[in-house]
Design a protein around this ligand. Structure first.
Ligand code: GLC
Length: 526
């Protein structure tokens, strides 16, 4: 038995889109509370909520104006306490989103900071004079398009925002900011929250000299300007590790808490966020630095075999792996790989070594929903239209049943429902043993009952002719996973054993070889 965040499965809820209890078309905490049965029946272990703190919602909660509250749209602090208690009563953990890189421009800290150059909180954010020619302080760009600097006419200085102008970056080199953030962690930990998913944790610190980012020589000429720069001075700065270790020290005072960091970096740099270095080894940073490779790599057996081997080889001693198949920022897995391969993808996610994170709706095979331009909401898409950057398609309401509001809302949903919600919904799939939901429940139950799938070593990772295979073994138990990434049948060699799970719902035994149908995955106990 490992820690809960090692043995367990994390389920991400985008609170606006999970369940609306009051008919305003936006999901809320009372809605989530009323739907905990779904999570228990599914068989996940922890719930991660995207931000629920008070926010002007310029980036739907990733612009926090009060780190120690709950936005009225979602409920009250008492609702949050109730949700924590209800989760714990069911053996579920609750993980909150922490957004420490930037606040809202309406946060009292920023209002104070922008009052003038002499404000005591001036240095809580990153202010710079204009360049000698009166222009931008340097060439840094916002992830959401345009310069990362906005001029404040009052003081004649620019402030830095890695995202929207409404999301000014905090100055993590200022000890007062660090201390304030540590207090915020304690505020939630004292309320019984089990941990944090920390937003853009690899961006916390910026170059002290504010040097220009160099162009990326490998970027395609038609890439968006942001992607044509290397984030040499705006991401993954060496000092970030000490800042994260500081957060970790706060968590470690409390038993059984965990921190998972949002980090988009190549594996060799990603794994450094477990902590330690050659001089001082130790796992003193993120318990789990999110591993997003399955979101980003080509859906191909050879590619994924290499991804698994390279990741396993890169992990520092004692570091626990993790895998993510979907989140609120990236296209849904069913749209990326197709409905049939999405079943294979679920089997992959839930049988790899390490903590899986499952995105709400993916257990139904929910696809990206075409949101008409007049209903578009996401600022990332609205600021750079025509580049497909909008994330609305992956944030549509959870379809619970075949009713008009899909059981999500009695009002008008803030984003359109999936057009197939009358057939693709929890109630419908609940009754169908062949459904995507039933497959997820079977795989999660199998995982829970099979120590080799949770604690077991992974070995024999190989791809041949479009079939990915690997073994998981623990204390004499050995399981073989066979995944057909192709649209045609494949015969593969396998020892004598019993089928524990199948994407296409078969059982029985195998010996010597087995014929996988198109898009079929099997878990076999040898
Ligand atoms: C992270 C979040 C994303 C948000 C951004 C700015 O990438 O996942 O949704 O827009 O940070 O906070």
């Amino acid at each position: 038995m490992g820690e809960w965040w090692q043995d367990g499965v994390i389920y991400q809820v985008y609170p606006r889109s999970f369940a609306d209890s009051d008919g305003d078309g936006v999901g809320d905490l009372a809605g989530i509370l009323a739907r905990l049965d779904h999570l228990t029946a599914l068989g996940v272990d922890a719930l991660w909520l995207s931000p629920i703190q008070p926010s002007p919602m310029a980036d739907f909660g990733y612009d926090v104006s009060d780190y120690c509250g709950v936005d009225p749209l979602f409920g009250t602090l008492a609702d949050l306490d109730r949700l924590v208690a209800a989760c714990h009563a069911r053996g579920l953990r609750l993980v909150l989103d922490l957004v420490p890189n930037h606040s809202s421009d309406r946060h009292p800290w920023f209002l104070d900071s922008r009052r003038g150059r002499d404000s005591p909180r001036r240095d809580w954010y990153l202010w710079r004079d204009p360049a000698p020619d009166g222009g931008l302080p340097n060439n840094w760009l916002s992830h959401f398009g345009g310069p990362a600097w906005t001029l404040d006419p009052g003081s004649g200085q620019y402030y830095l925002h890695s995202f929207l102008p409404q999301q000014p970056d905090l100055n993590w080199r200022n000890p007062a900011v660090v201390a304030a953030m540590h207090d915020i962690l304690r505020f939630w930990l004292d309320r019984g929250v089990d941990g944090f998913r920390v937003d853009v944790i690899w961006l916390l610190i910026k170059d002290a000299l504010f040097r220009d980012n160099p162009p990326d020589p490998d970027a395609p000429a038609d890439a968006r300007p942001f992607a044509r720069q290397l984030a040499l001075h705006t991401a993954d700065q060496p000092e970030t590790h000490a800042a994260i270790a500081g957060l970790r020290r706060v968590l470690d005072v409390y038993p059984e808490r965990m921190m998972v960091g949002e980090i988009y970096l190549p594996v060799d740099r990603l794994v450094r966020y477990y902590g330690g270095n050659a001089a001082a080894p130790g796992l003193d940073e993120c318990h789990l630095p999110f591993n997003f490779q399955l979101l980003l790599c080509a859906w191909d057996a050879d590619v994924i075999a290499a991804v698994i081997r390279d990741y396993e080889a890169a992990l520092p001693p004692g570091a626990w792996p993790n895998w993510v198949l979907g989140n609120h920022d990236r296209p849904r897995v069913a749209s990326r790989v197709g409905a049939m391969q999405a079943r294979v993808a679920a089997m992959l996610l839930l049988t790899l070594r390490g903590t899986p994170t499952l995105y709400y709706g993916d257990e139904l095979g929910l696809e990206d929903v075409a949101v008409p331009p007049e209903r578009a909401q996401d600022p990332a898409g609205l600021r750079e239209p025509g580049r497909g950057l909008g994330r609305d398609a992956v944030r549509t309401p959870m379809p619970w049943d075949a009713s008009a509001g899909a059981g999500f809302t009695a009002g008008e949903p803030w984003l359109p429902l999936n057009p197939d919600h009358a057939t693709r919904n929890v109630a419908g799939q609940d009754a169908d043993p062949h459904s995507m939901l039933a497959l997820h429940r079977r795989l999660l139950a199998l995982r829970r009952a099979t120590p080799a799938l949770v604690q077991g070593a992974i070995g024999d990772v190989a791809a041949e002719d479009g079939v990915l295979r690997y073994s998981r073994s623990h204390a004499g138990g050995r399981v073989e996973v066979l995944l057909n990434f192709t649209a045609t049948g494949r015969s593969v060699a396998v020892g004598a054993g019993t089928i524990l799970a199948a994407t296409a719902g078969r059982d029985g035994s195998v010996a010597g070889s087995v014929r996988l149908s198109a898009h079929e995955g099997l878990v076999v106990a040898l």
